[in-house]
Ligand binder design. Sequence first.
Ligand code: FMN
Length: 216
Amino acid sequence: MQFSHEEYLGDLNNFRYAVKRFDASKKISDSDWHILEESLRLSPSSYGLQPWKFLIVQNTNLREQLKTVSWGQTQVTDCSQYVVFTTLKSLDEKYVDQFIHTIAQTRGVDASSLKGYRDAIVGDVVTGPRSGIAQAWTQRQAYIAMGNLMTTAAMMHIDTCPMEGLDPAAYDRILGLEKSPYATVAACAVGYRHAEDKYQFAKKVRFKRDQVIEVR
Ligand SMILES: Cc1cc2nc3c(=O)[nH]c(=O)nc-3n(C[C@H](O)[C@H](O)[C@H](O)COP(=O)(O)O)c2cc1C
C-alpha cells in the first residue's frame, strides 16, 4: 500500500507520545539500536561543534539509582535503552582546535585554511558574546539531538519518553561526571510501550494552528 507524505507524517507525529510505562520485556534489536545511535551522532549542532556526550546507561544498578533521583519514574528502569544527554560545562580553545583538526582530517584540507572559521568560533563562544552562557548554549544543542532521536525512533515505530524530571546534579554524582568536562542536561528513555500504558490512548493536547504559527 502506498502512503502519501501527509498520511505518513501525520501517523508519525501521532504515533509518538511520551511513554509513561514501558514494556520491560521488549528490547530494541542491535541493528535498530545502531540506527538510533547514529541519529544522535549525526545530529546537527551550532558550528558543528558537537559539545555533547550521550551516555547509554544499561547497568541495572545504575538505573535503579538514577530512578530514585528521577521522581521515581519507572521509564528509567523499564525502557530498553536509557540515554543521558550530557554537554560540556565550558568551551575552550583546545576543544575548538580538536574540532578544527577533525574537519581538516575528514575533508582532507589543511587546518590553516580553516583559521577564519576557528577564530570566529573562538571569538563567539570561547571569548566573545556567548562565552558567558557557554553551558546554556551547549545544553541547547543537546535538545536538538534528543528531538532527532525521538523522531527517528518514531519512524521506526520505537517509543520514547523525553525526561527532564530528574536531578542533574545527582545524575552527575551517580554517573561519576563531577570531575569530568561534562554535566547532565536531560535524558530520554527508549523502548516499547506497555500495552496498558493508558497515555497512548489519550488525545493529544495542542494549541490550534493560529495560536502557535504566524505568517508575516
Ligand atoms: C524536555 C522534555 C522533558 C520532559 N520530561 C518528562 C518527564 O520527566 N517525564 C515524563 O513523563 N514526561 C516528560 N516529558 C513529556 C511531556 O510531558 C510531553 O511531551 C507533553 O506533555 C506532550 O505530550 P506527548 O509527548 O505525549 O505528545 C518531557 C518532554 C520534554 C520535551
